[in-house]
Design a protein around this ligand. Structure first.
Ligand SMILES: [Fe+2]
Ligand SMILES: [Fe+2]
Length: 383
């Protein structure tokens, strides 16, 4: 459900409400509700109408679907991994070469790679979440023809290659305990994920933009580390995944920018709500049946390895505040919207201050390692 805060409808949402019969019916149904409930209803309705309009106007087609790669041009995992249809000698040679390169990848980078792969493999959860953003954007039949449904299925099809590609690499590399890795995926899929305001497209788009950018950073850095340790194959695999994440980030970023134009008050409040929840990570509930804080330990290894850090999070907030011109918003903001704007614009500075304190604390801490089942219980430094 949308936020339980007061707002006046922006001029654009008022316009939308008068131009759609469905909205009028919804508004009529709300007359018996309390003022707060009516505001919630109105907010959900204006978001829904906006989603419908963006699809009907061709905006989704032009600005989001155009960012998906046609199937004929898209890479597939089989294109990038050893070819088992080749002669026995040839595929043995390709696997031996992959394993020889993988032998030089240190455990902390393997842990980062496994954590990223496990997160990618929980795609069914994310597709489900993507189909709970509101009636106008959901794929109600599973084969809806509207733009949002086609985006969700196209996005899922591209993302599906990420887990397949990285997981096959891990399997072939012989460097990790695949049974433990697969068990972690199984646990994560059973555990699900926490998501804010699942019925509001604004929250979903903001969350999507942050997540895609975070995964871009994480895969791109893993690629860099792999290259540095002599694994050109892994560097290439992480690089193609990172490039996909970049395109997906662009799509969600455009969606948020467009929604801000039409409904600035609700979107800036959605942005603040997502920031207040600290952009909960999709893999947060991962478990391997042994480590009680597996995600925390994975995140600590990623921080220490520089693959994904608290500073990156601060940079991302700063980037999106600038990209969406949050500080410049003026027209159409309610009191609550202005408070959300102030909060979001002040956040990068706060995150940096907290990060400096955490950095100082970490510098005073004794070295600490944790055993990861993923790498046959070998200890990996977390501090
Ligand atoms: Fe991905
Ligand atoms: Fe992604």
């Amino acid at each position: 459900m949308p936020l339980a805060t007061k707002r006046s409808p922006s001029p654009s949402s008022a316009h939308l409400i008068t131009t759609n019969g469905r909205a009028r019916r919804s508004a009529a149904a709300a007359t018996t509700a309390t003022a707060g409930e009516q505001q919630l209803h109105q907010q959900a309705t204006s978001a829904e109408l906006l989603m419908r309009r963006l699809d009907e106007d061709g905006w989704v087609e032009e600005h989001m679907l155009s960012l998906l790669t046609p199937v004929a041009d898209a890479w597939q995992p089989a294109d990038l991994l050893p070819n088992f249809a080749a002669t026995a000698d040839e595929h043995r040679h390709q696997v031996a070469e992959l394993q020889a390169r993988a032998a030089g990848v240190p455990d902390d980078i393997l842990v980062c790679l496994v954590g990223n792969t496990v997160t990618e493999e929980a795609l069914p959860t994310y597709m489900t979440m993507g189909n709970r953003v509101g009636a106008a954007a959901n794929d109600a039949t599973g084969h809806d023809g509207h733009g949002w449904a086609r985006w969700l299925r196209g996005w899922t099809a591209e993302e599906n290659r990420h887990g397949d590609l990285l997981s096959r690499y891990l399997y072939l590399s012989g460097r990790v305990d695949m049974s433990r890795v697969e068990r972690t995926v199984h646990h994560l899929l059973r555990g699900g994920m926490r998501m804010l305001e699942p019925q509001c497209p604004y929250h979903a788009f903001v969350y999507g933009a942050f997540q895609e950018r975070a995964t871009f950073v994480s895969h791109a850095r893993t690629a860099g580390r792999a290259a540095r340790h002599g694994d050109a194959c892994l560097a290439r695999l992480c690089g193609v995944v990172a490039a996909d994440e970049r395109r997906h980030e662009a799509a969600y970023t455009r969606a948020v920018a467009r929604c801000i134009e039409a409904d600035p008050d609700a979107v800036v409040r959605a942005l603040a709500a997502v920031m207040r929840a600290k952009v909960t990570m999709p893999g947060e509930l991962m478990a391997d049946g042994r480590d009680g804080d597996l995600f925390g330990h994975f995140a600590a290894v990623a921080e220490r390895a520089g693959v994904y850090t608290a500073a990156d999070y601060g940079d991302m907030v700063e980037h999106f505040v600038r990209r969406w011109r949050v500080a410049e918003l003026d027209q159409g903001l309610s009191g609550e919207g202005r408070r959300a704007q102030d909060y979001v614009c002040g956040l990068p500075r706060k995150i940096r201050r907290m990060e400096e304190l955490a950095h100082d604390r970490a510098a005073r801490m004794e070295a600490q390692s944790v055993s990861f089942s993923w790498v046959f219980d070998r200890p990996v430094r977390v501090h």
